[in-house]
Design a protein around this ligand. Sequence first.
Ligand SMILES: Nc1ncnc2c1ncn2[C@@H]1O[C@H](COP(=O)(O)OP(=O)(O)O[C@H]2O[C@H](CO)[C@@H](O)[C@H](O)[C@H]2O)[C@@H](O)[C@H]1O
Length: 469
Amino acid sequence: MNVIHVSAECYPIAKVGGLGDVVGSLPKYQQQAGVGARVVMPFYDNKFTAAHKFESVYESELVLGENNFSYRILKLKKEVLDIDVLFVDIPELLFKDYVYSADDTARFTAFQIAVMDWMLTLKTKPSIIHCHDHHTGLIPFMAQECFKYESLNKIPNILTIHNAQYQGWFAHDKVHYLPAFDISNIGLLDWDGVINPLAAGIKCAWRVTTVSPSYMEELQQAANGLESLLSHENQKCVGILNGIDADVWNPETDEFITKNYSAKNIQTGKTANKKRLCKEFGFSASKPLFAFIGRLVLEKGADLLPEVFDEILSKKECNILVLGSGDPEVEDSLKALKKKHKGVYNTFIGYDEKLSHLIYAGADFLLMPSRVEPCGLNQLYSLRYGTIPVVRSIGGLKDTVIDVEDGGFGFSHQDASGDNILQTLNRAIAFYNDKPEFKKTRKHIMSIDHSWNVSAQKYIDLYNSLKSD
Ligand SMILES: Nc1ncnc2c1ncn2[C@@H]1O[C@H](COP(=O)(O)OP(=O)(O)O[C@H]2O[C@H](CO)[C@@H](O)[C@H](O)[C@H]2O)[C@@H](O)[C@H]1O
């Protein structure tokens, strides 16, 4: 079997969030399980592409509406990654110093057309095309409907929804971007009067997966307008929990942290990393340290944090550190608290992969008050680093974090409300002060295996079930 993953992100080449982590690790675990797995992604202008040499394996021209674009399929000259990655180089559209922008329709439609055109020329066709999120949602449609791709329509394809909030909508006047198809089937592209690539992918993919079983269920009630579609397509949908790359996220070998540790020397390891963080951000290491890492957007409940932080910090019982960027208003309110709560609160507004590792290692608790959380990887990283998750019980958080009151190892609350978060924070502070229980729990969570071993096999089983369809 040879699978091709099509994605806008892939760690360590380009990562904006969890999609990059998944596409950078799932194929590796699939390869270890004996399945040929490759990634095809856009060629961006970033640190990774500047630091490596590439060779062209295919060159051609694609048609996007009334425009033609030259493109190349590139691969790395030297094998520097654990996985085989191919790059679509469309200089005018994709070679930018960002992954996403306000209008990505032309960029990602051209990307998908290039992938399909190139696949037509392959002597050995992939046995499975695995698409990720709306940026690749037109591929199942094009394979099924566009005349020129008829020879690809027998290849099973899968669409994984990492986040249904973003759907890639564009107006009907751009439908001519797509290669010719029977216009009477335009309904497959449309949802609510606009072209909706995620909806088209859900309608046309052979199977649809989401990144946790609970999120799959929740999507039928809340999917940013696609609820009825997902209920209708329920038969071909399945939730498969994300895993983590246990080599990249390994406190025993992590090069980004101050002191490496395992469950055996967790006490000294976490203390050294916490001290380093506290020194850098001006905290006293004796208080519990809560951290938030992520996009500062509504979905993540980030807008609820400033008020909650202001209240809890006034008691001076804990430290809070925020690493993230996003909504400028939320950024400003979080930054504004720094002066008032100097010594117990700090922020790093921006993106810093290295710092995120140090925080997972040095914090006592990781906060995820998400409104929507398809899976969430942060809580899985925090478990591996012995950092206790404090989460809202939703989506993948519900599937992976069991509250201490239910015999588990984390803290969870039901509602996306300031009161609920406050109560949970207070419970966590009390737990921190019960030192034997706290230490026992953080040692225990390090042994929970969330690596891809189990879930990579679930995807392989799904691929196998499609071969015999
Ligand atoms: N400022 C910053 N600096 C450094 N690192 C930062 C950062 N902000 C975020 N990160 C990192 O980005 C990743 C975030 O992953 P998540 O899975 O939690 O969220 P995301 O919403 O991006 O992903 C979506 O896709 C994934 C993958 O399927 C789902 O788990 C998730 O629920 C869904 O919303 C983590 O590796 C985190 O450490």
